[in-house]
Design a binder for this molecule. Structure first.
Ligand code: NAI
Length: 276
């Protein structure tokens, strides 16, 4: 159901790769709610993915930009304001990449060039996007900037590797820049800490399916889906959340507040021979 929550709002959405991407679902919901926006990703991702297809469906435009490259981001903001006809009301940062994880380098044998890349792509790019927006005075008052995060920033999670450090930095940038940008321009900055969600890249990973089984059993409301993540993002882009800023907001069915659930107790009971 649509509520016209983003009627008249202009946005930039980073990170649409294919129809499983969280950013894809968020773009579709933003369109339903009346927003106009620019889709962006690297040139390489655009060749691999279906971003142009979504742009057509959403009556949107695709502008390539590497989120680690400040001159690309500047060009993106300038073109977006021109195409959309004014300053920007919302930005989605839905970007992550770890070469260490991809190449199977464990946390105690990291390649430091890859590690720098993980931090640059997955976290520092958030700072670059916000700093560029502010220097160009590209955001409207009470504009909303949201990045997607994961609970491994707070709690060590097996196999999440150096991405955990990137997410911790990402969430810290939301607080630090949320203060600076809120004070003078009333721009809000938050991160959403989303449940693990199947995407094309992760669907074949047994470890992700195991993790999702665990988080589902731990969470009173179960895992939050990609569509539900999109709904939550829309509320943060909308005027209904004008005083929410500098927060890491858990969107995880309650997982982050649970120590041990009855369902996990039952599973442990079945697997292990624990005697009274
Ligand atoms: P995805 O692979 O569809 O999205 C990642 C995007 O980052 C891709 O579109 C990729 O092209 C883009 N990207 C990589 N390097 C870039 C660069 N230099 N410049 C611009 N874009 C670049 O995967 P998904 O799952 O949709 O992830 C989106 C965000 O959600 C990520 O930040 C991820 O950590 C976060 N997240 C995902 C969860 C999941 O289980 N899928 C759970 C919690 C958070």
């Amino acid at each position: 159901m649509a509520y016209n929550l983003l009627q008249g709002k202009r946005g930039i959405i980073f990170g649409v790769l294919n129809s499983d991407s969280l950013a894809w679902k968020i773009a579709e919901r933003a369109r339903e709610e009346g927003a106009t926006f620019i889709l962006t990703n690297t040139r390489f991702a655009a060749r691999l993915g279906e971003t142009e297809k979504l742009a057509e469906k959403c009556n949107s435009r695709f502008i390539p930009a590497d989120a680690t490259d400040v001159s690309d981001i500047e060009g993106l903001f300038k073109s977006s304001m021109q195409i959309l006809g004014g300053k920007i009301d919302f930005i989605l940062h839905s970007i992550a990449m770890s070469a260490n994880a991809r190449k199977g380098r464990p946390y105690d044998d990291l390649n430091y060039e890859y590690f720098k890349k993980t931090l640059d792509v997955s976290a520092m790019s958030f700072h670059k996007v916000i700093q560029t927006a502010r220097k160009l005075d590209a955001m409207n008052e009470y504009g909303s900037i949201v990045a997607l995060s994961y609970i491994a920033a707070q709690r060590t999670t097996a196999e999440y590797n150096d991405m955990a450090d990137a997410k911790a930095l990402l969430e810290s940038i939301a607080r630090s820049f949320g203060f600076v940008y809120g004070k003078d321009k009333k721009v809000r900055i938050n991160t959403i800490s989303q449940s693990p969600t199947i995407t094309k890249a992760t669907s074949g990973l047994k470890s992700l399916r195991l993790l999702m089984e665990y988080t589902k059993r731990m969470s009173p409301l179960g895992n939050a889906t990609a569509d539900e993540c999109a709904d939550y993002c829309i509320t943060l882009f909308s005027d209904l959340t004008r005083k929410v800023t500098m927060q890491n907001l858990y969107h995880d069915g309650g997982f982050s507040s649970v120590g041990l659930s009855d369902k996990v107790m039952e599973a442990i009971d079945k697997c292990f021979d624990v005697r009274e």
